[in-house]
Design a protein around this ligand. Structure first.
Ligand SMILES: [Fe+2]
Ligand SMILES: [Fe+2]
Length: 273
């Protein structure tokens, strides 16, 4: 297998409430994303596994094993992370429950291949968000070292496996129209949920009506240290008929992170059994 499932267990013992350099709305933005992962990544794995019979190629079968392994560890570590958010008084059960019910509705009402198309769309988002996090170290400026490591590890592995669901979708006979329709739906629903999470998390902090906090978040997302705007072009590439995730080159960022992984003591924390 070319890549690894890194069975890391992060030290999340003493994470402060606003762990990202004390920046309240910025921290809750990342916390709000974390609330998607346990259920979201289970959905990704289920939708890929449902098409295992279409995977004839040994290379792709090995990539699928890596994908499922990596998403499984992400899901577990984000569940631990979300437990801490719950202890800090954020409405975790409520928001996670809504994500779970939404995905259960998608599972119930759409075909297996359409679910895989949704996974491909959301994997495009996770890869791009990962690329953003890896490429702009200032986004985690002053962050608690365990949380910075957790986010950078997740960002890197999202880029490592960004083509896997897409390859399985192609192997399953998925076509352009289906994946583009799934992307349009996923874009609207995912970003509506991101905004919902942001408002609810800021309400729990008592900052939902603070203009200064919203301004700080807008600066973080769109201005500095390196706005998300730069990702829009990459996002739109998904709508090209011949698109493949590998056309967006994040290999330099991934190689740099692998070096960091080898050298940083943050990744030598107790490995899970
Ligand atoms: Fe993941
Ligand atoms: Fe992923």
């Amino acid at each position: 297998m070319a890549n690894n499932v890194r069975n890391l267990r992060f030290d999340l013992e003493s994470i402060p409430r606003h762990w990202n350099g004390g920046r309240k709305s910025v921290t809750t933005f990342l916390d709000g994303l974390s609330l998607f992962f346990p259920a979201g990544e289970r959905f990704f794995v289920t939708s890929v596994r449902a098409h295992q019979q279409c995977v004839k190629d040994e290379w792709l079968a090995s990539e699928v094993r890596m994908f499922c392994g990596q998403e499984g560890v992400h899901s577990r570590e984000h569940a631990r992370y979300n437990e801490i958010l719950k202890e800090q008084g954020y409405p975790v059960e409520k928001l996670e429950g809504r994500v779970e019910r939404l995905l259960a509705r998608v599972t119930k009402n759409t075909s297996a291949r359409r679910q895989l198309a949704v996974t491909c769309a959301l994997e495009h988002f996770t890869a791009l968000l990962g690329q953003w996090l890896l490429g702009e170290p200032g986004l985690l400026d002053g962050a608690h070292p365990s949380m910075a490591a957790l986010w950078r590890w997740h960002a890197a592995e999202e880029n490592e496996h960004k083509s896997v669901a897409f390859e399985v979708f192609l192997a399953a006979g998925g076509g352009y129209g289906e994946r583009v329709m799934a992307m349009i739906g996923a874009t609207v629903i995912f970003w509506a949920k991101v905004i919902e999470h942001q408002i609810r998390m800021m309400q729990a902090d008592g900052t939902a009506t603070s203009l200064a906090e919203w301004r700080a978040l807008a600066r973080f997302l769109f201005v500095e240290p390196g706005g998300m705007g730069a990702l829009v072009g990459h996002y739109l590439k998904y709508f090209r008929p011949g698109f493949h995730p590998s056309q967006i080159d994040s290999s330099g960022l991934l190689e740099a992170w692998k070096k960091e992984y080898q050298e940083s003591p943050m990744y030598s924390e107790p490995k899970a059994a």
